[in-house]
Every structure is written in structure tokens, then in C-alpha cells.
Design a protein around this ligand. Structure first.
Ligand SMILES: [Zn+2]
Length: 127
């Protein structure tokens, strides 16, 4: 490892405040968002756990340094990409939960389970 790469070698995050590795030297269980996507995964709400830093001549950043953030693949979740059919089914299921069996209206809110009807019908029954 040359001096140039050693500059970005900080697995404890003492210098950068975030565990840092040079390009291609991060532990295998840490992946960039792009690598996760390629593996059919998503970060799943986890915080960034590290970064890869590398010098790029083409990039006009301070010092020409670029960063890619890393996520822990052990906490990653499968990518959720609903198909149009799945979205339609979900819409139908939600509509069913909003539709009152008594007045047959889609009342725009999910029916309270303990009533089993919309609030209007429940009040009518109570009155
Ligand atoms: Zn009703």
C-alpha cells in the first residue's frame, strides 16, 4: 500500500470521523448503494457505516477526492419493486378496507375494526 492509498486508510474513522478505506480495500461486507442494488438489495434504513475515498483528477472536488458511502450488507433488505399487478392488488385491498358493508360507500378511511362499518352507519345503529 503506497503513501497515496495510506492517506485514505482509516478503518477506525479517527481521521475522517467515519471508517474509511481506499478504493477496493473496504471489507467485503460493506457495499456501496450501487453494489447493493446490483445484488438486488437496498440499505433498508440503516445509517452509512463507512466510506471509500479515492482521488480523481477528473472530479473538481476539494482536493479532487471522491467518496462513496458504504452500507453493511448484513442489515440490507431485499429490493422492493412492486409490479403494476401488485400495486393494483394493494389498491383493491385498501379500497376493500375502506368500503362499508352496510352503506357500500368507500368512505375514504379504513373502517374501525371494532365497528365493522363506517362511522355514520355505526352512529345510526347507536341512535
Ligand atoms: Zn356505512
Amino acid at each position: 500500500m503506497g503513501r497515496f492509498r495510506a492517506r485514505f486508510f482509516d478503518p477506525a474513522g479517527r481521521r475522517y470521523g467515519l471508517p474509511t478505506w481506499p478504493w477496493r480495500m473496504a471489507p467485503p461486507h460493506l457495499m456501496t448503494r450501487r453494489q447493493l442494488t446490483a445484488a438486488g438489495l437496498r440499505p433498508g434504513g440503516q445509517e452509512v457505516v463507512g466510506q471509500v475515498l479515492w482521488a480523481s483528477r477528473r472530479y473538481r472536488a476539494p482536493g479532487g477526492v471522491r467518496a462513496a458511502y458504504l452500507y453493511d450488507v448484513r442489515f440490507a433488505l431485499p429490493k422492493r419493486t412492486a409490479t403494476p399487478a401488485q400495486l393494483r392488488a394493494l389498491g383493491k385491498a385498501l379500497a376493500a378496507r375502506r368500503t362499508c358493508p352496510d352503506c357500500r360507500r368507500d368512505v375514504g378511511y379504513v373502517l374501525p375494526r371494532h365497528l365493522g362499518t363506517c362511522l355514520d352507519c355505526a352512529e345510526g345503529i347507536a341512535a
